[in-house]
Design a protein around this ligand. Sequence first.
Ligand code: AMP
Ligand code: MN
Ligand code: MN
Ligand code: MN
Length: 277
Amino acid sequence: MQIDLHSHSIFSDGTLTPEDLLARAATRGVKTLALTDHDETGGLAAARRAADAHGIQLVNGVEVSVTWSGSTVHIVGLNVDVENAGLQAGLAQVRAGRDERARGIAHALEDIGIGGAYEGARQFAKNPDIIGRTHFARFLVERKIVKDTSEAFKRFLLGGQPAWVPHQWAALEDAVRWITGSGGIAVVAHPGRYKFDNAQMRTLFGEFKALGGTAIEVVSGGHTPHQYQIFADYAQEFGLLASSGSDFHSPDESRCDLGGCPNLPAGCEPVWSAFIH
Ligand code: AMP
Ligand code: MN
Ligand code: MN
Ligand code: MN
């Protein structure tokens, strides 16, 4: 796919600078890339300069952390106006909760005999405002407590594991409003990652659509091929458009490289028809 609408840089939990991310996208033949850092748009200015140099169309993006019905859901905003005050105030509010959560995760690790995790994770977080679980996962790899970040999540960081710390993120309606209020398009990110049954998934898509949401990430690096069709069907049922993104974080960790996702299933209405030339 020459279009990739979900990726991360060191401005959140990716490992590449925006410059290196765009260089990699160019090498891989990506023509349109959205940089969608978690709760943060700080990487977009550098990404735009690099995109211009490589002749890549950059889509200004962000991935907002949301708590919906007691679970974490991610909402990607595409084509947002980074200068918009409402969007930036909202994102600042989401970021503000992260440090306390990070200290909570570090305490929980300390309780099971793993010390120094806050400082350790902090070193992997190039942006001190966004210390996330991925940074703790990298710390646990570095300490040789786990062999890779995936094992770190399974053994320590996912719900029900010893370093799981519940956290209240943004409300769905706020996240959608921040995105659409800045002229952007709201997309439910990687719905296949959520542990929802059919009824919950329908409620989510129904509420999201009613709030002004536009699309579902049908093809994602976090989805199995079987899930592409499942979410293509949901998109059609709810009159939502289909998005596609690798959710690339790092050359060493990603299941799907930049531009590495397959085409949308037949019959999907691509979200990008509105803003990609
Ligand atoms: P946070 O926003 O701090 O809760 O971290 C969420 C991030 O953790 C996601 O954006 C992914 O990058 C990463 N992540 C979540 N679940 C997993 C998993 N099972 N394996 C590897 N990385 C994961
Ligand atoms: Mn991430
Ligand atoms: Mn996500
Ligand atoms: Mn992501």
